[in-house]
Design a protein around this ligand. Structure first.
Ligand SMILES: C[S@@+](CC[C@H](N)C(=O)[O-])C[C@H]1O[C@@H](n2cnc3c(N)ncnc32)[C@H](O)[C@@H]1O
Length: 281
C-alpha cells in the first residue's frame, strides 16, 4: 500500500506551503517519483513548483533515475531491517523531500526525524501532513555546524536508545571535514546497535563522464559537489562507526530485478560509481 495524499491537500493548498525547499532536494524527489511508485514525492515536487526535465541531458536523467532506484531500494531495506530489530528512532540527515516516513509501513511508535536546513526541513510535513506510519519530527539544522546533533536531543531524540541514521545524497554536498563530522557526531548519539547508512560518491576525473554532466546539472540548480571518497573505509575510519555492509551501485543493482528501461547508460562504465553503505557501532 502506498501513501495517498489527503484529498484536502490539492495542488493549490500545496502551493500555499510557505517555504521553498532546496533545489537539489526537489530534483532528487522528482527523480524518485520516476524511479519508484511514490505519489507523495509527486505532490512534494508539484508543491515546490515542479522540475523542467528538458534542462538536463536525457542520458543523464535516465542514469540518475536508475541510480535513485538502486539507492532507494538499498536504504528502504536498511530501514525495514533495522525497525524489525527494534530500532524506533530514525534520523534522516539532509532529508530534502524524502518520503520514507510516508511510504514505509513502520509501526506507530517509530519516530522519524527529518533533518535539513531552514526552508527544507519542515516542507514535507507542511505539505503532506501526518503519516499513517509512525511519528514525524522536522528539525532545522545545518550539519556543517559543530554540535549540530544537540538539536536532535532538544527535539526529543533519546540518546540512550538505538538510532538509525541515514545520509542519502548528502555527503558530497559537504566539505570532507564537515562530512566526517556528520559521521563522528552521529556516532555519539545512540545506544550500541545504532546504525549509520550513507551514500557517497567516488571521485571521477574524466571530463566526459556522466559524473561531470551530473556535477554541471547540479550546479545549474545551485548545488555544489564539495567532496568525494575513493573508498568508504577512508571516510568512516576513526569516526566511531564500523563498516558492516559495503555495496557499489553496480553490485547492489545486480541483485535487483532488472527493469531493463535503459541499461545502456549504466553499462558503459561511465557511471558516477556512487556507493551505498551501512555501518554500525
Ligand atoms: C540532493 S538532496 C538529497 C535529499 C534526500 N536525502 C534525497 O535523497 O532525496 C541534498 C539535501 O542535503 C541538504 N543539505 C545540504 N547541505 C546541508 C547542510 N549543511 N545541513 C543540512 N542539510 C543540508 C539539502 O538541503 C538537500 O535537501
Amino acid at each position: 500500500m502506498s501513501y495517498r495524499v489527503p484529498a484536502d491537500r490539492d495542488d493549490q493548498s500545496l502551493e500555499r506551503a510557505g517555504s521553498s525547499p532546496d533545489a537539489t532536494a526537489v530534483l532528487a524527489a522528482h527523480v524518485r517519483s520516476k524511479s519508484i511508485d511514490d505519489p507523495a514525492a509527486r505532490s512534494l515536487v508539484a508543491a515546490a513548483g515542479g522540475v523542467d526535465e528538458s534542462r538536463f541531458p536525457r542520458e543523464l536523467v535516465d542514469h540518475v533515475v536508475e541510480s535513485v532506484r538502486v539507492r532507494t531500494s538499498f536504504l528502504d531495506d536498511v530501514v525495514m531491517r533495522s525497525v524489525r530489530r527494534g530500532t524506533s528512532q530514525i534520523v534522516i540527515l539532509g532529508s530534502g523531500l524524502d518520503t520514507r516516513p510516508w511510504r514505509l509501513p513502520v509501526p506507530n511508535h517509530v519516530h522519524t526525524y527529518l533533518v535539513d536546513r531552514d526552508g527544507t526541513a519542515g516542507f514535507s510535513s507542511e505539505v503532506l501532513g501526518n503519516s499513517p506510519y509512525g511519528q514525524i519530527r522536522s528539525v532545522t539544522v545545518d550539519v556543517t555546524q559543530l554540535h549540530w546533533s544537540a538539536k536532535l536531543v532538544e527535539s526529543g531524540l533519546n540518546p540512550d536508545r538505538r538510532v538509525l541514521y541515514i545520509a542519502e545524497a548528502l555527503l558530497v554536498y559537504l566539505s570532507a571535514s564537515a562530512a566526517r563530522n556528520v559521521a563522528y557526531e552521529s556516532a555519539g548519539l545512540g545506544s550500541p546497535g545504532s546504525e549509520f547508512a550513507f551514500t557517497y560518491g567516488k571521485a571521477q576525473r574524466n571530463p566526459d563522464s556522466l559524473y561531470s554532466s551530473l556535477r554541471k546539472s547540479v550546479s545549474e540548480v545551485g548545488g555544489e559537489f564539495k567532496s568525494a571518497i575513493s573508498h568508504p573505509q577512508s571516510y568512516i575510519d576513526g569516526t566511531g562507526w564500523t563498516l558492516s555492509e559495503v555495496e557499489t551501485y553496480d553490485t547492489y543493482r545486480s541483485k535487483l530485478p532488472d527493469i531493463g528501461d535503459n541499461p545502456s547508460a549504466w553499462t558503459q562504465g561511465r557511471e558516477p560509481s556512487w556507493l551505498c553503505l551501512s555501518a554500525h557501532q
